[in-house]
Write a protein that binds this ligand. Sequence first.
Ligand code: SF4
Ligand code: SF4
Length: 639
Amino acid sequence: MLSSLDLIFVVASLTIMATGLARRHRMWKQGRPEALDAVMTLKDGYRILLSIFRNGRFSDNPYGNTAHIFVFWGFLLPFIVIVVSQFRPVAPAWAGQYLSLFLDVLGLFAVVGTCMLLSKRLFRKQPYPGRQPVHLWIFLAILITGFLAEGLRVAITGGAMEGLSALNSPVGYILSWMVPVSPALLKIVVRAHFFLVLAFIAFIPYSNMRHAWASLFGIYYRQGRPEGALAPIELQGEYFGTGAIRDFSWLQLMDSDACMSCGRCDSNCPAHISGKPLMPQGVIREIGRKMEEAFYGKDAPSGKDAGMFNNDGLIGGEDIWACTTCLACVKSCPVFAGHLTDILGLRQYSVLMKSRFPSEYKQLFKNLETFGDAFGAGRVAREDWISGPDMPTPCQDNKAEFLFWAGCTGALYDEVARARTIEAANVLKKAGVGFMVLGKEELCCGDPARRLGNEYLFQRMARRNIDTMTGYGIKKIVTSCPHCFNVFRNEYPQLGGTFEVIHITGLLKDLLNEGRLKVKSKSGSTFTYHDPCYLGRYNNIERQPRDILEMLVEMKEMEFSGDKSLCCGAGGGNFWCGRTTGRRIEEIRIGQAIETGAEGLVTSCPFCEILFDSAVRQKGAEYSFKVMDIVQLVNQLTE
Ligand code: SF4
Ligand code: SF4
């Protein structure tokens, strides 16, 4: 039971903590408000608790997962027990003994977990250093003094506790052999333990431990919300994107406090692991650094107007352009940080406010503006793929069930890409699916413009496509391109274009299941499947392509597949701007595919196929390792 003086210390510790947390909140509030639900329902509370208790997204990292579970529970449960015990609950003696044993074991696990985290911080190279693990040292000292106090207590009570203590406090019992029988020392250790706990609590907002508080906001506001759809920006204004601290939302600023420096975003980032100058954790932390500078006025006379692009940090150079928008950072972050929204906001500011972007994109933007396609081929060339026999006449049969959307790459990139589009149309015809095509009325869906920050161009193209499709009374769209699919499905509704959008793999699976496509004979060849980011991570379409492939070929999975798939390197405009720094991402991925021992790789995205095909040729493996699109395989093996 605490004395009155102790209570004053407790209140002081809680006040320091509350003051610190309030200051962090004021820092976040330098950002703009965000339209979010203000009221937490019981369901939300349950969702947050479940996420915390399940240890969220750590599960694929056994080391970090184990350490975090040990420390988390090793802190939380004893803390609850200590608080509850202050009210002197009545419990049978045996319950107290079991509780003592339970806390002893938990304490041991907490020591192991804390040492694991400390050794990671001390001995492994941190991708983005800077945060000292002082809170971990304090926590370790709390655990050690706790055990020491228990050992002294057992040593002092001696025979009276013998037998009982060995069972109920095994660690204390062993320590009792090594410590002197000293009530004075016990008193000192207990006080030290008490003050260390208070110091730990007071220190929460000033250390990395603040992630425990800030991450609750990320989990509450972001978990379960669509992660791939970019929010549209109002083009009537005169200022776009995030160029200064005041332009970020408070939730974006909060991310740097929620970040626990686990490094999972960096280790899953294709740009970072291939040697490009981008660290998603660095983006989050750099925004946090600028947020603090703006708050304290340090090195930033213009306060929250201080620019992000001062070229002295991580943000503003090649880094933001190296992002392939693969979403791996966002999906792997245990605190649901929004790295990609940050990067795209910075791109929007750079493009729309400063006209500053890699020179290669100048041509891309010009092509989109002038020709309506990403390759500058022109509207007439869009009909080349349908110029052969048995191909539909553009813009006819608008009573057909589907609009088949070819996309810029499928319609224009090269003969091989066009062949894939023809194969897709053939498969649909074979299965008796009614569809129309837009031919030269089809424009780029706008995805490259949007991912490169040119929101103005995106919205212009998207609105024109929506008008065209609405004009023809289109209800359902099917496409082979995951980028077109994602933008139609998740982003066109923001501009009033609501259609039923299906990726061709979903339709092919149904056609095979319904018997409208029949497998001639299953091939004995073994293939591995590469999940395109915009299908897998963005839209959770991972099962359908595998279901199709299992009907057609033998399958071998890569180590990193599904949600953990490594990007091909094309997304976020990188298809038009091959980066020379570091390794080629597609080569790393092809290496992973070849390692499986499969005879080839199947994908379901034209960009992936083009890059992987080039990577295989680069390796000189084009005769031993095939790269195919799923549509090509379905076309060959079905009737
Ligand atoms: S979206 Fe992908 S490429 Fe971009 S920062 Fe995140 S992990 Fe890296
Ligand atoms: S941003 Fe998320 S994934 Fe990246 S280091 Fe921080 S907590 Fe870990």
